[in-house]
Structure formats: C-alpha cells, structure tokens
Design a protein around this ligand. Structure first.
Ligand code: NDP
Length: 324
C-alpha cells in the first residue's frame, strides 16, 4: 500500500461533511488506489457528533481508509495535511450585517490559513467550501505566506455542474455532450454562468437557445438554485455540494481540460491580481491554469465586471476590518 494521503475536513459534523466523508474514504476523491487518512476538525461542541460520523465511517470498512483523527485543535488537524477541505463556516443569522459575517469568518479562516502555513505538507491543496467561499479563501491564503498562492481555491464547481444540468435539460442532450462551460466571478448571486463559451456537440450553446432563455431563465436559475433547494427541501443543498467538492479536487489532482474553479487571479481577463475569482480553468500536472483567449462579448463583460466588483468590495471590507 502506498503512504496514505492526509485529507483534512473542517466542519466535519455538518451536512456537507456527512455527505463528503464517505465519498473521500471510498476513493472517489483521489482515486481507487490511494489510501487516505482523515482528519476531522470541528468546534468543541460538535466533536461528539463528529465521533458519530467517524463510527459510521468505521462501519463501512473502507479498504482505503487508513485512519481517522477527530480534533478541535488546528495544529493537529492540519499537521502534514495534503488536501484541506474547509467546509465549516459561520452561517449568516437573522439580522447579521455583512461586516459581522465577514468578521466572524475571518476569525475562522485566518487562523486556519496560518495553521496550514505552519503545519501542512509541502504539496498542500486547499479548497474552501464554507461561504462566503471566495473571500474566506482569500483570508486563509493571506495568512499563509509560505504556501504558494495557487494552492488556495474556492468552490464554483457546484455552480458549474448546475449550469451543465440546466443546459442539458433545456436542449435534451446528455451532459457529456457539453464542453467549455464557464462560471465567472464570485460564488454568489452575482456569479456569471457563460453560455457564450459553452459548446454542445461542437457548436456554440448560446446559438442553440433563445436569448431570452439564456438571460432571463438560465442565469438566474443557476445563480439562485441554492435558494430553490432550501425552499423545496427545507435544508441547504449538501450532497450536491459534497459532490462538487469531490469533482473539484479529483480534477485538480488528476487533470482536466476545462472546468470552473475559483483561483487566485493573475490579472487575466481584467480581474484584479490577487482576488480569488472563478475562471475557466484546466488542470495540468496537478496545478490549475486559467484558460486564456476566451472571447468575451459586451454582455459577458458587464456580468463579469459586476461579480468581480463584488469580490473587490468584499476584499476591501475584510481589509478594513484588519482581517487581511
Ligand atoms: P453545511 O455543512 O450545510 O455547510 C457548510 C458551509 O458550506 C456553509 O458555509 C455553507 O454556506 C457552505 N456551502 C457552500 N456551498 C454550498 C452549497 N451549495 N450548499 C450548501 N452549503 C454550501 O453546514 P452545517 O451547518 O450543517 O455544518 C457546518 C459545520 O461546521 C457544523 O458542524 C459546525 O460545527 C462546523 N464549524 C466548524 C468550524 C471549524 O471546524 N473550525 C467553524 C465553524 C463551523 P451557507 O451557510 O451560505 O449555506
């Protein structure tokens, strides 16, 4: 057996954690031949619930699961970690202002970034799922000056998968016939799912749907899908979010020609350097690359700029709060 890969999951006792851990332990995150050791980080009151999840993991008798550590200590959670999935976050409660939310999350993601900086393995890869994911990822990244910035990412893969599914249903084609789907910007209601980049059976997707559907149905349906699921299910999406996290890390490690990932901007497409923004990305040799040369029409430009402005505002707010 090769040496196990250390995978840390924060907020492990939560809904997404519950859907995620079994997929990781079964080999779907890193591959069917890669043993994993799980590190579950939780806040102290949730440790007992995490222990319950760990008992269930044991009861699955996964061949690839070489051990489980449960802790509320950051050093223990991130010591030697190769893959860190930062899921636990402070949800927005009634009456909470945006500044309060950013501050509460700064108190979580700043120390986690520092612990990753000080204790993680040299090849650590970080995916932030907990919202506001892009800005939480920025906070963590800014507290980890010794880790290459491109190891910090935020999840827009669920938005990407939702966009694939909506287009597939509209055109009555299998998801596998759709290529070059792209989510630009922030993982929020301002995100821009771009049908002008996407192709179906080698032809522009935008040309195969009505413009009114693209603008008035597709974009808002993808952007507001999370709220629609809460309305229908009475709870946030969890299994689909966990599935997207698995897709993101799997493709990062194993390679892909085209997907959407929130990565540190190098100034591509006019996105200010340093923001963690969703772009069309490929993964080569275990590293994300922003795909260059994508044509952006005037409509797309406006949508991308609006979402990037929101990211800039969030960055300025956390700067003002002294969180980065
Ligand atoms: P979930 O497991 O449902 O969600 C966790 C985070 O993922 C939330 O910030 C949520 O954002 C976010 N998220 C991102 N994308 C999605 C999506 N598409 N659908 C749903 N959620 C999404 O939350 P729970 O409350 O069930 O569990 C959170 C756990 O985290 C708790 O057990 C808590 O104790 C723990 N926690 C751990 C911390 C730590 O380890 N230091 C710190 C803080 C909390 P949104 O709220 O916007 O839906």
């Amino acid at each position: 057996m090769p040496t196990p890969v250390n995978v840390t999951v924060t907020g492990a006792a939560g809904q997404i954690g519950y859907a995620l851990l079994f997929r990781i332990a079964s080999g779907q995150l890193l591959g069917p031949d890669v043993p994993v050791r799980l590190r579950l980080l939780e806040i102290t009151p949730a440790l007992k619930a995490a222990e319950g999840t760990a008992m269930e993991l044991e009861d699955c008798a996964f061949d690839l699961l070489s051990g489980i550590d449960i802790t509320d200590d950051l050093k223990t959670a991130f010591d030697g970690t190769n893959v860190a999935l930062l899921v636990g976050a402070r949800p927005r409660s009634a009456g909470m202002e945006r500044g309060d939310l950013l501050e509460a999350n700064g108190g979580i993601f700043g120390p986690q970034g520092k612990a990753i900086n000080d204790h993680a393995a040299g090849d650590v890869r970080v995916l932030v799922v907990g919202n506001p994911a892009n800005t939480n990822a920025l906070i963590a990244q800014q507290h980890a000056p010794d880790v290459p910035a491109d190891r910090f990412t935020a999840m827009t893969r669920l938005d990407h998968n939702r966009a694939l599914s909506q287009l597939s249903a509209k055109l009555g084609v299998p998801v596998g016939t759709i290529e070059k789907m792209t989510i630009w910007g922030n993982h929020s209601a301002t995100q821009y799912p771009d049908l002008y980049t996407a192709q179906v059976n080698g032809r522009s997707a935008a040309e195969q749907v009505e413009e009114s559907w693209l603008k008035d149905t597709f974009i808002p349906t993808v952007a507001k899908r999370g709220a629609a699921i809460i309305e229908a299910r009475g709870a946030s999406s969890a299994a689909s979010a966990a599935n997207a996290a698995v897709d993101h890390v799997h493709d990062w490690v194993n390679g892909t020609d085209w997907t959407s990932s929130s990565v540190v901007s190098d100034g591509s497409y006019g996105v200010p350097e340093g923001l963690i923004c969703s772009f069309p990305c490929r993964s080569v040799d275990g590293a994300w690359q922003i795909i260059q040369g994508v044509e952006i029409n005037e409509f797309s430009r406006g949508k991308i700029d609006a979402s990037v402005q929101e990211l800039t505002d969030e960055r300025d707010a956390v700067r003002q709060l002294g969180l980065i």
